[in-house]
Design a protein. Structure first.
Length: 84
């Protein structure tokens, strides 16, 4: 038998529910699988890393610092380090 799961209930707008159903159908999966995948990854981390790379290339590091005050790069330029 598969991994034990727990049932939860979430509330979304009818429009969001319809988009989830359509996407699940298009991807030949279930709404549960879509939501589980989304919950198991932390998009904030990926978005922050991608944004940092973009800002580094464009020279907009100050904008990054303002947008992510707790995740400023350290002196070596590595993302995700707390500023001192």
């Amino acid at each position: 038998m598969g991994e034990k799961t727990e049932k939860i209930t979430i509330r979304v707008s009818p429009e969001t529910a319809e988009r989830l159903k359509l996407r699940a159908e298009a991807e030949q999966t279930t709404v549960t699988a879509l939501l589980t995948e989304a919950a198991e990854r932390d998009p904030r981390l990926e978005l922050a890393a991608a944004r940092f790379r973009e800002l580094t290339k464009s020279g907009l590091v100050q904008e990054f610092a303002a947008a992510f005050p707790d995740e400023e790069p350290d002196a070596t330029g590595r993302p995700g380090a707390k500023a001192a």
